[in-house]
Design a protein around this ligand. Structure first.
Ligand code: PEP
Length: 255
């Protein structure tokens, strides 16, 4: 059965007020309603998450967190636990985003967070991606290491159907003109599938969802969906703008 296309809107540390957050959410909600074949995941900052969750939304729109605590317990000032995220009604969590890795999260912490998410019945979206590409293929070894170290300690049952967001760091936060080409995305997705097959077997590799993130805008969404061999997109800056409905529209054309 074909998996439904997925789009994750990562709002990062935006916007500056609840009023603006509601506006951005309304745009996402209205377009999700029009494209029921697309699963739309919204990741607002924690301060807005619980409030937006209470607003009416269609069944194909769901909420996620941008991060969770790597520990279980109570004495972790400033942290937000998987239990809290689950209990407010969010369904997924982004783990290992490159901006969090840049703050010191390593594969070991990310693996721990993945386990905590699964144990709390939150669906994790694991972000991986190289800092730069090299002609010698060093970036492929880097991706292999990330996948191995993040996933190997997890029970196999957790890996079935896991979502991996491939986000080459060099292409994040730019214009669509500087995003990775669909051909290169396709090649890398095949490589990721091969790694997962080698490490965990064909059944798991076939069930994994791979989405692409890195300067997706309305202009390149359709061609990445058509030629990139991905199951969806992770959208950062463009998810905060009026481009978002067009991204959904263009994704829908390429189902
Ligand atoms: C991201 O940070 O996950 C991302 C994809 O950002 P952007 O779309 O802005 O490149």
């Amino acid at each position: 059965m074909k998996k439904r296309n997925l789009v994750i809107a990562n709002w990062k540390m935006n916007p500056g007020s609840l009023e603006e957050a509601k506006k951005i959410f309304n745009t996402a909600r209205d377009s999700a309603k029009k494209f029921k074949n697309i699963e739309v995941g919204i990741c607002p900052p924690f301060v807005y998450l619980a409030l937006l969750l209470k607003l009416q939304h269609p069944k194909n729109l769901f909420f996620g967190a941008q991060n969770l605590a790597s520990e279980i317990g109570r004495a972790f000032t400033g942290e937000v636990s998987a239990e809290m995220i689950k209990n407010i009604g969010a369904e997924f969590v982004v783990i290992g985003h490159s901006e969090r890795r840049a703050m010191g999260e390593d594969n070991e912490i990310i693996s721990q967070k993945l386990k905590i998410a699964f144990d709390s019945e939150l669906k994790p979206i694991l972000c991986i991606g190289e800092l730069e590409r090299s002609k010698e293929g060093e970036h492929l070894a880097f991706l292999k290491k990330q996948i191995k170290e993040c996933l190997s300690d997890l029970p196999k049952k957790y890996l079935i159907g896991i979502t991996i967001a491939y986000e080459p760091i060099w292409s994040i936060g730019k214009s669509y003109k500087e995003a990775m080409t669909p051909t290169d995305i396709h090649e890398t997705v095949l490589f990721i599938k091969k790694i997962i097959t080698d490490l965990f077997g064909r059944e798991i590799a076939d069930s994994v969802r791979i989405i692409y993130g890195g300067s997706v805008e309305a202009e390149n969404a359709a061609e990445i969906m058509e030629y990139g061999a991905v199951d969806g997109l992770l959208v950062g800056h463009a998810s905060l703008t009026d481009q978002f409905p067009n991204i959904l529209k263009n994704m829908d054309l390429k189902r």
